[in-house]
Write a protein that binds this ligand. Structure first.
Ligand code: C2O
Ligand code: CU
Ligand code: CU
Length: 499
């Protein structure tokens, strides 16, 4: 356990560009900052004529309709869970005794598992000293089940209970966490994973969840109780000095030679981004942020920002007995060991099947030439209860403008980062695809619900909102969100505009 790294002085907040310092949080590849800012250059080439735009939108909408359903399947059975959120003391990190806030007395909280076509009912009992809610990150729940205080429900008071019920629409890896004082409640240990299995399961040898989190500890070895500090606000949120996988700083997983693993990685950190390195193991990505990808593809360092999930398909070498593989996070200059995969025991015969893929993935050919419908400028300013406010289009949460999005309409959304910090932007209840980064087309063969926007970077995404209601759109660096970086989109029938 070493210190957090160099202290740094908060440099003046000039024009919202918050200056950083070289601590652990400094991301590696520095975003290129050249000529892309002025001019908002909606595109280098002129927009196609209106009828062509309308035709393309309709085509994209039809493609989306084949990718995932607007409605949930009819539920055959109900699966009931109970969650109790309460302070407790448990063994964590390296077996030390830690005071945490936990679901059902464990950190990470329980993995809730259900099958597509089942209704989920979760009754939360709040035994915390604060109000709370549960948000089902990435799950297309009915809006009233989304767990956002003041928007979709009243906060659950200490001593009270609330029952969430929904029928998931999509199989995959999701997670849940409070949406009240998230920077504190999540950091203290309140999070768990929700796995929705496909109607029929694939014969992986093992299907495991790896919850990645980091901890900022005080000199007493306990969770540092100073939340949402000015330092964290001026940087990429709260980054801890200890990294754990499933609550363990030296996580070991024992696997048989030849085993085929499905690993579900979830980043529950407040601010830390991970880039796990599996070398020399060959890892293939099969799902991102829940939904399966268009095709399995080599892992190659996809970044896991706060909120992101990635599902990997890995075959343990059949001659690997006696070996150990170290999985290491390499997002920062300081590598963090994550997991040691220890190969032991008799070889198993590797299950042979094609990796799962999404039934129909929308290619959205030419989407990068369509006009931008909504722009969100991301920045900071002085003021507010924390001394720094993070803003979207110049407004912090509370003064925000609700964006109306037409249900069923293909929409291009631009995130323009006018600051130097990292902003993993997350939209509740919707999936989207990245179209361009700094004006260059990118072709990610998967959907996301959270995209990392680097300092000074502009990221455009395409989406067809099909889930109605008022949904949060916010930075998943929880300190940034707490200090204002949240807004709402309202998905409904606002009359179709043309094109
Ligand atoms: Cu994990 Cu509002 O989100
Ligand atoms: Cu969410
Ligand atoms: Cu942010």
């Amino acid at each position: 356990m070493t210190g957090v790294g160099r202290r740094c002085v908060l440099v003046a907040l000039a024009l919202g560009a918050i200056a950083g310092c070289g601590d652990d949080a400094t991301q590696r590849p520095v975003a290129v900052g050249a000529a892309r800012r002025g001019g908002t250059s909606e595109s280098a080439s002129p927009s196609p004529p209106a009828d062509r735009v309308g035709e393309a939108r309709s085509r994209f909408e039809a493609e989306l309709a084949r990718a995932y359903p607007a409605e949930a399947p009819p539920a055959r059975v109900t699966r009931r869970f109970e969650l109790r959120a309460a302070p407790t003391t448990i063994e964590l990190i390296d077996g030390r005794s830690m005071a945490v806030w936990a679901y059902n007395g464990q950190v990470p909280g329980p993995v809730l598992r259900a099958r597509l076509g089942e209704e989920i009912q979760v009754t939360l009992r709040n035994d915390l000293p604060q109000p709370t809610t549960v948000h089902w990150h990435g799950v297309r729940v009915p809006n009233a089940m989304d767990g956002v205080p003041g928007v979709t429900q009243e906060p659950i008071a200490p001593g009270a209970t609330f029952t969430y019920r929904f029928v998931p629409k999509d199989p995959g890896t999701y997670w849940f966490h409070p949406h009240v004082r998230g920077a504190e409640q999540v950091e203290r240990g309140l999070y768990g994973v929700l796995v929705i299995d496909d109607a029929e399961s694939l014969p992986y040898s093992r299907d495991e969840v790896w919850v990645l989190d980091d901890w900022r500890l005080g000199p007493d070895g306990q969770i540092d109780p100073r939340f949402v500090t000015r330092h964290d606000l001026a940087h990429d949120g709260r980054w801890g000095q200890v990294v754990t996988v499933n609550g363990d700083a030296q996580h070991r997983m024992v696997v048989r030679p030849g085993a085929r693993l499905r690993l579900r990685l979830v980043n529950t950190s407040n601010g830390r981004v991970y880039r796990p390195d599996f070398e020399p193991l060959e890892a293939r990505v099969i799902a991102v942020d829940g939904l399966l990808a268009a095709r399995a593809f080599p892992y190659e360092g996809l970044e896991l920002a706060p909120g992101n999930r990635v599902d990997l398909d890995i075959v343990v070498p059949s001659d690997g007995a006696g070996r150990a593989f170290q999985v290491t996070d390499r997002f920062t200059r300081r590598p963090h060991p994550l997991v040691t995969l220890v190969v032991e025991g008799e070889p198993v015969s590797t299950p042979a099947f094609d990796p799962p893929t999404l039934a129909s993935f929308p290619e959205w050919e030419g989407a990068d030439h369509l006009p931008v419908d909504v722009t969100y400028a991301l920045n900071a300013r002085r003021g507010g209860p924390h001394g720094i406010q993070w803003t979207i289009n110049g407004r912090p949460w509370g003064q925000h403008e609700v964006t109306e999005l037409h249900a069923g309409r293909w929409t291009r959304v631009r995130f323009r980062n006018d600051s130097a910090r990292l902003h993993p932007m997350h939209i509740h209840g919707q999936f989207f695809r990245v179209l361009t980064r700094d004006g260059r087309a990118v072709n990610e063969p998967f959907f996301r619900d959270t995209v990392l926007v680097r300092g000074r970077e502009t990221v455009d995404v395409g989406m067809v909102p099909v889930d109605w209601g008022r949904w949060m759109m916010h930075c998943h660096v929880l300190e940034h969100a707490e200090a204002g970086m949240m807004t709402e989109v309202d998905v409904g029938d606002f009359g179709r505009m043309d094109p």
